[in-house]
Design a protein around this ligand. Structure first.
Ligand SMILES: Cc1cc2nc3c(=O)[nH]c(=O)nc-3n(C[C@H](O)[C@H](O)[C@H](O)COP(=O)(O)OP(=O)(O)OC[C@H]3O[C@@H](n4cnc5c(N)ncnc54)[C@H](O)[C@@H]3O)c2cc1C
Length: 486
């Protein structure tokens, strides 16, 4: 244990040697990437402290889809793209309401970081996918999903002699003279030249969701699909050193039927989504980042409508018919849109069934003429293979012909990840309330705010954030530790 004066200051000749050069809190892709980058930048002793009994956090549960522009993988497919286009799209979609200099670095390094992962041994499917509204595909799909990336990073960490300590939930930063000098787990203190917080989000804490992601909590049935360890510890650790936070009410919510705890990233394209008034409000095949925003604009509650015949066909076909096809996972049955599950939803009160559209409107407390008009217009579009309202691709336009008709209540209650957290600068330094870097403290990944904006730009937005800033945080932390040890 370090001897400290009453003021917390330690005189230079009393300073004991560091136990390690860099401590990283959390073993998700942000933390493991930071560890590797710290070693590559010259840190000799790097320790990753992980609260849980398993390496990888939400990163291992994740699809691992990762956004990046101008990569060799894109070039191999003849896709022309560059970081400037990604930056432009990112700012436009977020209406500039992000930390632009931080985002600039992010978009510049997203492509090179995908390639860095590839150099380390991560394998990607040849086919790239669209993640949101980009003009060319820029989302890279790892073979083996997020677990595949975590396995590669973890293997590289082992080879680089990075220590990973499981079951070590950091509950305190060591701070001396305003500088972060280590971490503590209970009475066990570890001194280090620099600390990287990479402890993930707070989806697993109902209290934190209510406070910092209210549009998720207010669905009344928020259900988090990430890792146990996502409790928002970074917010407590940051508060200890008066760190600034940003990104209130940001994250990603997916539509859910509320019937079970199986998440479905997209809804099948043949469903018709209407708001509480009975009006369509979007192309039902919209990317999930866009759908989250659309749901905010339309009261966070919608009804997915279909007829019996289409449901029976969909069940028999055995495929979900999502618009977005992800290599390795697209040809499968929807977990919710089958005749069996519909019966369960009816029993559970999540769905209504009626012989006519007018009866369905009555059951949903809607104006029957409005819902009738919506369905008539939709059916006309289906007949003409042309959705005159929302331009949904004609292959998904199935007319609602004959009863019984079904309506299932949908809320954006599946919480994928959270995006409120510690404010960092473009070098991943955690900023104080006075917007100054807190010496010795760096952060990366889902525990930070300011990179992921109000608009989730698309699949791969979060994984690109965590890996880009994981690398930066590791490099900068190592450089800081080396500088300050001289
Ligand atoms: C099912 C699912 C699918 C997803 N799919 C995608 C996708 O395809 N593409 C995409 O971009 N995003 C996706 N996301 C989001 C993305 O995967 C996560 O935002 C990202 O992996 C978080 O990485 P991280 O390293 O910041 O945190 P994590 O991977 O969650 O790691 C943080 C680690 O810190 C540990 N920890 C927490 N507190 C402490 C403490 N006090 N002391 C020590 N350790 C601590 C945790 O236990 C955890 O292991 C998905 C998320 C989920 C849940």
């Amino acid at each position: 244990m370090t001897e400290r004066s009453d003021t917390g200051h330690v005189s230079p000749d009393e300073v004991p040697p560091n136990d390690v050069d860099v401590v990283i809190i959390g073993s998700g892709a942000a933390g493991l990437g930071a560890a590797l980058a710290a070693r590559a930048r010259g840190a000799r002793r790097v320790l990753v402290a992980e609260a849980e009994g398993v390496v990888g956090g939400s990163s291992r549960l994740s699809g691992g889809l990762i956004m990046g522009a101008g990569t060799r993988y894109q070039r191999a497919q003849g896709i022309q793209d560059d970081a400037a286009s990604l930056y432009h799209d990112y700012l436009q979609l977020n209406r500039w309401d992000v930390d632009a200099a931080v985002v600039k670095r992010f978009t510049e390094l997203a492509g090179p970081t995908v390639e860095w992962l590839g150099d380390l041994g991560v394998e990607f499917h040849e086919q790239l996918v669209f993640g949101g509204d980009e003009r060319v595909p820029r989302v890279h799909v790892p073979i083996g999903r997020g677990q595949g990336i975590v396995d590669v990073l973890h293997g590289r960490c082992r080879a680089a002699d990075v220590d990973v300590a499981l079951g070590r939930r950091v509950d305190r930063l060591l701070v001396e003279g305003g500088r972060v000098t280590g971490v503590a787990v209970g009475d066990d203190e570890i001194r280090s030249g620099a600390v990287v917080i990479a402890s993930g989000g707070f989806g697993n804490s109902a209290e934190r969701l209510a406070e910092h992601f209210p549009s998720a909590a207010s669905t009344g049935e928020a259900w988090y699909i990430g890792a146990e360890g996502s409790r928002g510890d970074a917010l407590d650790l940051g508060a200890q050193v008066e760190a600034q936070t940003t990104g209130h009410d940001r994250g990603l919510r997916l539509l859910h039927t509320g019937i079970d705890r199986i998440y479905e990233a997209y809804i099948p394209g043949w469903l018709v989504l209407v708001d509480a008034d009975g009006r369509r409000f979007c192309d039902e095949t919209a990317p999930y980042g866009m759908m989250d925003h659309l749901m905010r604009m339309h009261g966070n509650r919608a009804w997915a409508i279909c007829d019996h015949g289409t449901l029976v066909e969909a069940t028999a076909s055995g495929t979900a018919r999502y618009k977005q096809t992800i290599p390795g996972s697209s040809k499968r049955q929807s977990p919710h849109w089958t005749t069996d599950v519909m019966e369960l939803m009816l029993t559970a009160g999540r769905a209504r069934r009626a012989a006519t559209i007018e009866d369905l409107a009555f059951a949903l407390d809607m104006d029957a003429a409005v819902l009738r008009g919506t369905i008539d217009r939709y059916n006309a579009g289906a007949g003409a293979h042309d959705d005159a309202e929302f331009a949904k691709h004609h292959t998904f336009l199935e007319p609602l012909r004959e009863g019984p008709f079904y309506a299932v209540e949908m809320r954006p209650s599946t919480v994928c990840f959270t995006a409120y957290g510690l404010r960092i600068d473009r070098d991943a330094q955690v900023l104080s309330l006075a917007s100054r870097p807190i010496p010795g403290l760096f952060a990366a990944g889902e525990c930070t705010g300011g990179v992921v904006g109000a608009q989730y730009v698309g699949s791969g937005n979060s994984y690109a954030n965590i890996t880009v800033f994981g690398r930066i945080a590791g490099e900068q932390a190592a450089a800081f530790a080396i500088r300050s040890s001289r």
